[in-house]
Ligand binder design. Structure first.
Ligand SMILES: *[C@@H]1O[C@H](CO)[C@@H](O)[C@H](O)[C@H]1NC(C)=O
Ligand SMILES: *[C@@H]1O[C@H](CO)[C@@H](O)[C@H](O)[C@H]1NC(C)=O
Length: 433
């Protein structure tokens, strides 16, 4: 390169550096950061940012639930700090509310609202989208409105779409054909080639069902294993005893490797609305066989309420333990895990806990790390300390009002973890030091 070209390139770099924001912002809440990590707010003022992904050029794409559509954030670096070079709306659709994913080649952007999944041609360098196409429809319902999307690196022609229940206890989900409380997979090539949108309820294949509201879905890139995190039921009562403050547990569920022809977990039922997992066993009536993380039934307002009028709670619990797929790990009741993302080497999963509304005192509102080895969590299901919390609010008794509430997670190529906090409109970057 001639000296003049070097000078010109350097000049361009400096002018870009001057325009960007490299000064960390003041977090809205008082943070509690574990040893070995730093956490900084790089952007605020967003309208309920939910899921985030990186495009092939290293830009961050954000789905904003507060009616702001899809945002594209261009990032640069200075002295190892993440800087925001620009932040602008990419797609102005006010209905988008959570889900966002990219095809493995980075050229098709998938976004969802309550009813549908759309595909857009996407140019990561230019920051432009082409004409959109409705790929999946037929998911309109009340209750849980997010439709989480994931394209696994191990199965690049697969789009995973997770849909929750319509309300707290949704009896219609006892029928797999209701297409609710379910995680389905769709072939991307077929969605893109089809003249008409595919119906969610009648189309696709069932990865797992009996999943009340599995908002977080992630892939362990070291194995191709698919994992989800479950938001379990509120206000549960068994044999007239209110056990809701400490039960049921939130769950980490395993769905196997999609591309394996013999994935024995494909199509399994994980229990809802009949079976739930125990977090604290001591307050549950008739608990002699209930262990931490095991599934039990007989909850008021669920299908097994009628069964227990004729049979015993123990028989129902036995059914839940043996005929339904249990979780692989559990989390405290109502802590609301909304995303799970893995380290590239598969040594850990990180989970965003949005925080509770249905217990006293409030709990959750933090990001946790789960150690993995050989494609599975290191901890036993009975281990209630399996999650190491790395970023928390200093005073959870002030939550939710004065707290950050984690939602979406994404790793960049350098292994830094980006996180949205929806109610405070912030994006954090968490770095291991
Ligand atoms: C669900 O069905 C059971 C009967 O199988 C019934 O007792 C219960 O009230 C129903 N729950 C709701 C929320 O409709
Ligand atoms: C979990 O711990 C229990 C009790 O110590 C033990 O019986 C069980 O085999 C362990 N399970 C796993 C998967 O390690």
């Amino acid at each position: 390169m001639a000296p003049f070209a070097i000078f010109a390139a350097l000049g361009l770099f400096l002018s870009a550096a001057n325009a960007q924001n490299c000064t960390p912002l003041t977090p809205s809440a008082q943070l509690k950061i574990s040893d070995g990590y730093t956490a900084q707010v790089i952007l605020n003022g967003l309208r309920v940012p939910r899921n985030i992904i990186f495009d092939t050029a290293g830009n961050l794409l954000v789905s904003e639930q507060g009616g702001a559509g899809i945002r594209r954030v261009v990032l640069t670096e200075s002295d190892g700090n993440v800087c925001v070079a620009s932040s602008a709306q990419l797609i102005p659709d006010t209905s988008f509310n959570h889900g966002i994913a990219l095809s493995q080649d980075g050229k098709t952007l998938f976004v969802s609202n309550m009813a549908s999944v759309y595909g857009y041609p996407y140019d990561a360098e230019a920051g432009t989208v082409g004409t959109r196409k409705t790929l999946i429809e037929g998911m309109r319902s009340g209750g849980h409105i997010t439709r989480t999307l994931l394209v696994p690196s191990s199965a690049p022609d697969v789009l995973i779409v997770s849909r929750g229940s319509d309300g707290n206890i949704d009896n219609t989900t006892t029928n797999v054909e209701a297409g609710k409380s379910i995680i389905k997979t769709f072939k991307i090539s077929e969605l893109l080639a089809s003249e008409i949108a595919t119906n969610y309820v009648s189309g696709g294949e069932v990865l797992g069902w009996g999943l009340r509201n599995s908002v977080g879905v992630g892939e362990d890139p070291s194995t191709g294993g698919i994992w989800s995190v479950e938001n379990s039921a509120d206000d549960i009562v068994r044999s007239g005893v209110d056990i809701h403050n400490e039960n049921p547990a939130e769950e980490l569920n395993y769905h196997g490797v999609i591309k394996d022809a013999e994935n024995t977990l494909k199509g399994q039922n994980y229990g809802y609305p009949a079976c739930f997992s125990a977090w604290q066993t001591t307050n549950i009536p008739s608990n002699s066989k209930i262990t931490v993380g095991s599934q039990f039934g007989g909850i008021a307002g669920t299908p097994f309420e009628q069964v227990t009028a004729r049979g015993s709670l123990e028989e129902v619990d036995e059914f839940c333990r043996t005929e339904r797929q249990g979780p692989r790990l559990i989390f405290p009741a109502h802590t609301a895990p909304l995303d799970i993302k893995f380290k590239e080497d598969g040594s850990a999963a990180y989970v965003a806990f949005h925080g509770s509304w249905d217990r006293r005192p409030p709990d959750g509102y933090r990001v946790g790390k789960i150690a993995f080895a050989n494609g599975q969590p290191v901890a036993n299901i009975t281990d209630t300390t399996a999650v190491e919390y790395i970023l928390q609010n200093e005073d959870t008794t002030k939550c939710p009002g004065a707290c950050f509430r984690p939602v979406g997670l994404a790793f960049d190529k350098k292994g830094r973890l980006f996180m949205t906090a929806d109610m405070s409109g912030e994006i954090f970057v968490i770095t291991e030091v």
